[in-house]
Write a protein that binds this ligand. Sequence first.
Ligand code: AMP
Length: 249
Amino acid sequence: MKILVAVKRVIDYNVQIRVKEDGTGIVTENVKMSTNPPDDNAIEEAVKIKEAGKATEVVAISVGEEKAQETVRKALAVGADRGILVKAEGTVEPLAVSKILQKIVEKEKPDLVFMGKQAIDDDCNQTGQMLAALLNWPQATFASKIDVKEKSLEVTREVDEGLETIEVNVPAIVTCDLRLNEPRYASLPNIMKAKKKPIEQINASDLGIDTKPRIDQIKVEEPPKRKAGIKVASVEELVQKLKNEAKVI
Ligand code: AMP
């Protein structure tokens, strides 16, 4: 069984996002970039399945600028066997990413595609679902547990009401939740070994996919600043303020 894992390069989740002064976007220069957090869970799960002898190859893929190679390289350092970088400049929206992934799936013929449930930069939660539709494959989204069966997967999903367990036939798309596993750190020897693993580079245009954005971003604004808090001297004063000023009780 072969598993393709999509990993996106995003601004690190610890970075305090700053909006550009002219409101045309956010500051990305000299900002730390990392793998989209749930994509780390996707790679971890694929590597664990391989270690359990249930998969033969894990291939990591990223779509983006040349620098997204670092994200693929990190996936190689935690256990992926080889990488693919599909090069495209600027913002690549979920529909274009899913069309690119469709082409790669047709070429690579994986049995499973693992992805993150959501990218923390665009918060779209669309790419996995669109890819499933384009390929006409079953999908299991928000996976917090995956059991690999003979020709299917049993997937526990994080839903609003609690946990839902479904069975999907393979080939399938799975989007991974943060609670799926604890991603491992890359050890120094594995980082060194990953430098020798192959990364195939493909231009999005050579796949015949137009990655031009379809959405115009009109304006980006900072959220309103929070007002300073106050200290109260007693519980009575707190109750009085909640009742008469905040009017919440
Ligand atoms: P989104 O639909 O943008 O919230 O992204 C959902 C998931 O799709 C991410 O967690 C990634 O696994 C995958 N994905 C989205 N964009 C890319 C990209 N440019 N390169 C690789 N994977 C991506």
